[in-house]
Design a protein around this ligand. Structure first.
Ligand code: 5FX
Length: 532
């Protein structure tokens, strides 16, 4: 009925669980539910949703667990009387880079789903590899080196695919499986990403990979948004057919299979919009829609991502992905391993375990820390790559020193983290004019003030930390509107009714100038630390 409420469902298949968010056309969240793999599906025996092999490097998840999770979530939605009959479109999010290996039976099994049985029972034997490699896997160093060599070096791979070869990127994972498990490779009809596997369950067939998540494979030509023949050729034979097509992120993947209407009361014409990766969906959920919009997620690890008009891939840091809400634009992302745990370590060492005392130290110390700069590498760092852990402190003359005063340490951690984001962000093309802070540490106002002054842009906060699931629901609405309009509708159009984010900090010109003057010194010292 024309005046009936229309709802949009976002699913987020993350490392640790499966979550759903349903929104209405005015972008209000009307229903949410999450399941946790370890807690709710203990028979799969995962820890944090994954299983780590004895080598410590190989990390996988049982692909069938993701199917069982969808069964369970649907049962819970039914028990909650979630308004499934009003859902017009579904989109979703998947942990990036993970691959799902489907055998020759898979396509017909998906097509012929029977409503009297759960998905798990019917789809238990559709995998050519039962345990899917996931993004935490770092066992493909040899394949990365070989593929970079074949393609002309790290910068050439970055120029072609948006990132140099990274262990977790799917192309390198595929090369390893082709080398180590040739029979399983040969038995594979389709290699899906997590983000194309879940919609495959929904449409009862192979769903396409979207260009944004496809950018996390080291296989796609980042500008043309097509598989790069050279990148495929140096990975494994016959890959184009096994990977299937790439579509723009707002495009339709298919129509919801009748299994869902027969069992759970969805209507027959629900549109399934291409799923994408969790980081691209977070960009949508945080409503980044213009070049200069940057989000900083402050959690166990810190992530910086933003909207870019142009791709300027760098071999030394970060990733360029196709943009999930604007097909001609890009997004860039930097990942940091030393986030909240490192901040907490210095809080415990220098502020007696108290955030209040930490904030007082910041109040009491000068902006720019009198020239003192520190590098606090508690975990091997990704940006820039620093494998050796330790703490490096330098005085105003650039001389290494053994210790700082507690207040200097507190300030040096915060200033160093944001100077690094400014430096490496500049290298991937960020020119922030608006920063959206999210994640657990975004409630810390002394941290936010340092972020604001170092980066020189106003800071806003997003109340909802789980932006991937919400972003998927926004993208379901976006894709549905594009279908209705018979062509692309700007994402900004969809977001018109969204309540504005709350601004929490405005940059101070004097403080920003101090950080600008510090940046080149920071870069020099960082080079020394990277060199060891
Ligand atoms: C991004 O490149 C990553 O590897 C992670 O953020 C995963 O997407 C987490 F799911």
């Amino acid at each position: 009925m024309a005046d009936e409420k229309k709802l949009f469902l976002g699913l987020d298949s993350s490392t640790q669980g499966l979550k759903c968010t349903i929104i209405d056309e005015a972008l209000n969240t009307v229903y949410e539910r999450a399941i946790n793999f370890d807690r709710d599906l203990p028979r799969f025996g995962t820890k944090g949703g994954v299983q780590v092999a004895a080598d410590g490097l190989t990390v996988t998840s049982p692909a069938l667990m993701w199917v069982a999770a969808l069964d369970l979530l649907l049962e819970q939605m039914r028990a909650d009387k979630a308004p499934l009959a009003l859902v017009r479109a579904i989109s979703g999010s998947g942990q990036q880079h993970g691959s799902v290996w489907l055998n020759a039976k898979a396509e017909s099994k998906l097509r012929n789903l029977q409503a009297d049985q759960p998905l798990e029972t019917q789809l238990a034997d559709i995998f050519s590899i039962a345990d899917s490699p996931v993004w935490m896997d770092s066992s493909t160093g040899a394949q990365c080196a070989a593929r970079e060599k074949a393609l002309g070096g790290a910068q050439a791979v970055a120029d072609l695919t948006g990132s140099r070869a990274y262990e977790r990127f799917t192309g390198n994972q595929i090369a390893k499986i082709h080398e180590h498990q040739p029979a399983a490779f040969a038995a594979t009809s389709r290699i899906a990403l997590v983000s194309s596997f879940i919609p495959s369950l929904l449409i009862g067939g192979f769903a396409p990979i979207d260009a944004s998540d496809g950018s996390g494979m080291n296989l796609m030509d980042i500008r043309r948004k097509t598989w790069s023949p050279a990148a495929l050729d140096c990975t494994a034979p016959g890959l184009a057919a096994k990977l299937g097509p790439i579509v723009a992120s707002h495009e339709k993947a298919g129509t919801l299979h009748k299994w869902f209407s027969q069992r759970y009361g969805f209507t027959a014409d629900v549109q399934v919009i291409a799923f994408s990766g969790d980081n691209p969906n977070s960009l949508a959920g945080l409503r980044l829609q213009d070049p200069g919009d940057v989000a900083i997620s402050l959690g166990t690890s810190d992530t910086v991502f933003g909207f870019l008009a142009e791709a300027r891939p760098s071999a030394s840091e970060g990733h360029i992905f196709a943009n999930p809400v604007a097909p001609d634009a890009y997004m860039a992302m930097l990942c940091y391993k030393n986030g909240s745990l490192t901040r907490e370590f210095i809080r415990d060492q220098s502020a007696g375990g108290s955030w209040k005392a930490y904030a007082q130290h910041l109040e009491a110390s000068p902006v720019g820390n009198g020239g003192c700069i520190g590098f606090y590498i508690r975990d091997p760092e990704i940006t820039p790559p620093i494998l050796k852990t330790g703490i490096w402190r330098f005085d105003a003359a650039g001389k290494p020193v053994d210790r700082f005063e507690p207040a200097q340490d507190c300030r040096a951690v915060y200033e160093g983290q944001f100077l690094s984001m400014r430096l490496h962000g500049r290298n991937v093309g960020f020119k922030p004019h608006r920063i959206l802070a999210t994640g657990g540490a975004s409630v810390d106002m002394s941290l936010i003030r340092v972020m604001c002054n170092v980066l020189g842009a106003p800071v806003f906060v997003a109340e909802k930390a789980d932006s991937a699931s919400l972003g998927a629901a926004y993208r379901a609405l976006h894709g549905w509107r594009c279908l209705k309009a018979g062509g692309f509708v700007s994402f900004g159009e969809i977001l018109k009714t969204a309540a504005p984010f709350k601004q929490v900090a405005t940059p101070d010109a004097g403080a920003h100038a101090i950080y600008t003057a510090m940046l080149e010194r920071y870069a020099e010292l960082e080079k020394r630390v990277v060199k060891g």
